[in-house]
Design a protein around this ligand. Structure first.
Ligand code: MG
Length: 347
C-alpha cells in the first residue's frame, strides 16, 4: 500500500529538566528537579503536544519512557488518528510498565484531534469549562518555619494539601494551623506503616480541620486500610493503591475515594474510564498530578469538571515551566477556549 508523506504521523520527543521552586519532599523521597519527557505529534499540518512525568515509585525514568514512546510511534504511523479508541488499544498493547509514556502519547493524540476539529478538548469531550473545580495547593515536608512561610505565601489558594507521613506530622499540621484555618487535606504517601499508628494520627487530624486523608498506609496494605476505614470518620483516598480501571473494584473495598492521575492511568481516555467506573462503585473522585509542566496539568484540567476534588498544582511548584495553558484564579482552574488543550510555548 502506498502512503503519501502528508498522511504520516510523526512523533518526536524531548527531555526537559523541570526545576522545583523548593526542594520537594514527601514521605519517601526528596528532589530538586524532575526530568519529564515531552511529545510532539504531527500530522496533516496539525501538531498535538503531550508530556510524561516518569515516577520512580512506578519504576519509570525519562530514558525508558522516551524509548517506549519511540517504540510505539512506528505502529501509529499510518493509523486513522480520529479512531482514538483503536489508538488506545495499540498503546495498551505496545507500552508496558511505563504508563506515563502512554499518557504522553494519548494526550498528544487528544490535543491533535481536538485541534483538527477546531474545538477545545473539553468541548470535544462534552464537558463544561464553567464547572472546573478549585485546585488544592500542595505543601511538601519541610522545616517547620519553611512550612509556615509556604502556608502564608499560599494565601491565594483556598484549599491546601499538606504532605505528612513522617516523624513530626502533628508539628507540621500545627505549623500550618498557626497560620491559617482554611480547609486542609493531608497526604501520607504510604508513610504510616501500621494500622495502629494510622488510626491514632487520623483521629488526631479529625480535630484539626482535615477534610480527608490520602494514602495513609502502603498500597499493599488493603486489609489494614479497610480495618482503618471502619474506625475513622475522615474519608480515605487511594493514590499509590490505584493505577487504572482494573484496580478500582479492589480499592473500593478499603477506600472512600481515588486520586486519578493521567500519568498512572496512561492518558486522558483511561482517566475518563476510571472516573465513570469509580462512580459505579460509589467512590469520590480526585484528579491529581505529578510534578508536571502546564501541558499535562492543562490536559487534566480539561477533565476536571467531572471530579469532586482537584489537585492540579504541579506546574505551580516549578520555576521554569516552558508552557502556558490553564490559569488559576483564587484556586479555581480557568481553561481558555483555544482549539485542543489550548497550551502554548516553545517546543
Ligand atoms: Mg498522593
Amino acid at each position: 500500500m502506498y502512503f503519501s508523506e502528508s498522511i504520516k504521523t510523526l512523533i518526536s520527543t524531548k527531555i526537559r529538566k523541570l526545576e522545583l521552586n523548593d526542594r520537594w519532599t514527601i514521605s519517601r523521597n526528596s528532589s530538586d528537579f524532575k526530568e519529564n519527557v515531552f511529545v510532539k505529534l504531527e500530522k496533516d499540518g496539525v501538531t498535538g503536544y503531550g508530556e510524561a512525568a516518569p515516577n520512580i515509585r512506578y519504576g519509570e525514568n525519562a530514558e525508558l519512557t522516551e524509548k517506549m514512546i519511540h517504540q510505539c510511534s512506528e505502529s501509529l504511523l499510518h493509523l486513522d488518528l480520529f479512531n482514538y479508541t483503536q489508538v488506545k488499544d495499540i498503546l495498551d498493547e505496545s507500552i508496558v510498565a511505563q504508563n506515563c509514556a502512554k499518557a504522553a502519547v494519548d494526550m498528544a493524540l487528544m490535543d491533535w484531534i481536538s485541534k483538527s476539529k477546531n474545538m477545545p478538548l473539553y468541548k470535544m469531550l462534552g464537558l463544561d469549562a464553567d464547572k472546573t473545580p478549585v485546585t488544592s495547593y500542595s505543601i511538601g515536608i519541610d522545616k517547620l518555619d519553611r512550612i509556615k512561610t509556604k502556608t502564608a505565601q499560599a494565601s491565594d489558594y483556598p484549599i491546601l494539601k499538606i504532605k505528612v507521613g513522617t516523624h513530626n506530622d502533628e508539628e507540621i499540621i500545627n505549623a500550618v494551623r498557626s497560620i491559617t484555618s482554611k480547609p486542609i487535606r493531608v497526604d501520607a504517601n504510604e508513610g504510616w506503616k501500621d494500622k495502629e499508628t494510622a488510626v491514632k494520627k487520623i483521629e488526631w487530624m479529625q480535630t484539626r480541620g482535615v477534610e480527608f486523608v490520602e494514602q495513609p498506609m502502603p498500597a499493599m496494605m488493603l486489609e489494614e486500610t479497610a480495618w482503618l476505614r471502619e474506625r475513622v470518620d475522615l474519608p480515605l483516598v487511594a493514590d499509590e493503591a490505584v493505577m487504572n480501571t482494573a484496580d478500582i473494584p479492589l480499592v473500593a473495598e478499603a477506600y472512600d475515594g481515588i486520586n486519578i492521575k493521567l500519568m498512572k492511568a496512561g492518558g486522558i481516555q483511561e482517566t475518563l474510564k476510571m472516573i465513570h467506573s469509580a462512580r459505579a462503585f460509589g467512590l469520590k473522585v480526585m484528579i491529581g498530578c505529578m510534578i508536571e509542566s502546564s501541558i499535562a496539568i492543562t490536559a487534566a484540567a480539561h477533565l476536571s469538571s467531572l471530579v469532586d476534588w482537584a489537585d492540579l498544582d504541579g506546574n505551580l511548584l516549578i520555576k521554569n515551566d516552558p508552557f502556558c495553558g490553564v490559569k488559576v484564579s483564587h484556586g479555581r482552574l480557568i481553561l481558555n477556549d483555544q482549539p485542543g488543550m489550548g497550551v502554548t510555548g516553545p517546543w
